[in-house]
Design a protein around this ligand. Structure first.
Ligand SMILES: Nc1nc2c(ncn2[C@@H]2O[C@H](COP(=O)(O)OP(=O)(O)OP(=O)(O)O)[C@@H](O)[C@H]2O)c(=O)[nH]1
Ligand SMILES: [Mg+2]
Length: 301
């Protein structure tokens, strides 16, 4: 995973390991770094911010050529990245659910994202993860638009012995979510996972529908799902959802096939929201907790 992004970081530090670079050579290092970040799917604004960090650190080292510029650059980048991830914070979903349980209320999670990113599959994976950790789960079939969506969620949930609350196609997803909540309360289920549509006539309609679910259900957590392979698009989607609906954290799917790796970095950097999990395949167990410390140390080693 993420090989190309790792290469971008190691290329910049090894390029400046050579001391006594001329100004022209330094410019070239900085330029190549920015280019390789963008090629690794890092969003333009994020690539610019990181490149700026490299430039700043190189300015300092030009005065004293006896220091190892690569170390200075490495440290600078580590600080920039760590502070972005620290600002986003971390979320312990299990802990949150257990806290809510003490109040006697179910914890609800709304899954958001455009069509095909992996919302429904990820709900199944999260349901499986929660069950393994002793949390009881119910799903709500909030995608009442796409033909087959209700059956798809129900089949996954059945295989995991999880109940699905659903209505007919065309029903109001907010009402489905509310039904799910009522079911969870009545049956003392710990956690409600709400699926949603990924495509409507327009993005505006989609945003309005999501906002309505949020108003009615008041989910404890809004989980944004992005497909790592869509790179820069994933960042624009994150910004769209964050602006219109808001979200609390993200799951990046298809990380198993992602060699570029920029999406995780860019989403955290541009929305300030943490990544909780990575989807690493099509099986129910293919969900990895995202460890930002490990991620950063693998980028900067
Ligand atoms: N390789 C891989 N495939 C995944 C992963 N997550 C989801 N998929 C696949 O992506 C495809 C789409 O997944 P869905 O869960 O149907 O996506 P969705 O967001 O619910 O799509 P809509 O309901 O159309 O909005 C399916 O074929 C999944 O098996 C992952 O982490 N890795
Ligand atoms: Mg779906």
């Amino acid at each position: 995973m993420f090989e190309r992004l790792k290469q971008a970081f190691s290329a910049v530090t090894s390029a400046v390991r050579e001391k006594h670079l001329t100004d022209a050579q330094l410019d070239e290092v900085v330029f190549n770094f920015q280019l390789s970040l963008i090629e690794s799917d890092v969003a333009q604004s994020v690539a610019e911010a990181l490149t700026h960090e490299v430039e700043k650190s190189l300015l300092g080292t030009k005065v004293d050529r006896s220091t190892d510029a690569s170390e200075v650059v490495g440290e600078r980048l580590a600080i920039a990245l760590e502070s972005a991830f620290a600002k986003a914070g971390a979320v312990d979903l299990l802990q949150n659910i257990r806290e809510k349980k003490k109040t006697g209320e179910p914890y609800s999670v709304l899954f958001l994202g455009i069509n095909g990113v992996g919302k429904t599959t990820t709900i199944a994976k999260v349901a499986s993860f929660l069950k393994k950790n002793g949390v009881t789960v119910v799903c709500a079939a909030g995608d009442t638009h796409r033909p087959g969506a209700i059956e798809q969620l129900t089949e996954h949930a059945d295989r995991l012995s999880v109940k699905t609350v659903s209505q007919r196609y065309g029903a109001d997803p907010a009402a489905v979510g509310r039904d799910g909540l009522l079911y969870a309360k009545a049956h003392h289920v710990d956690c409600l996972l709400i699926d949603s549509a990924g495509r409507m006539q327009t993005n505006q309609n989609l945003m309005e529908e999501m906002a309505k679910i949020v108003r009615v259900v008041k989910p404890d957590f809004k989980m944004f799902i992005a497909d790592a392979l869509t790179g820069n698009d994933a960042v624009s989607q994150a910004e769209l959802f964050n602006q219109h609906v808001g979200f609390d954290g993200a799951i990046l799917t298809k990380a198993d096939a992602d060699v570029r790796g920029g999406a995780a970095l860019s989403i955290v950097y541009s929305t300030g929201k943490p990544v909780l999990f990575l989807g690493t395949g099509q099986g129910y167990d293919d969900l990895e907790a995202f460890d930002s410390k490990k991620f950063l140390s693998s980028l900067l080693k």
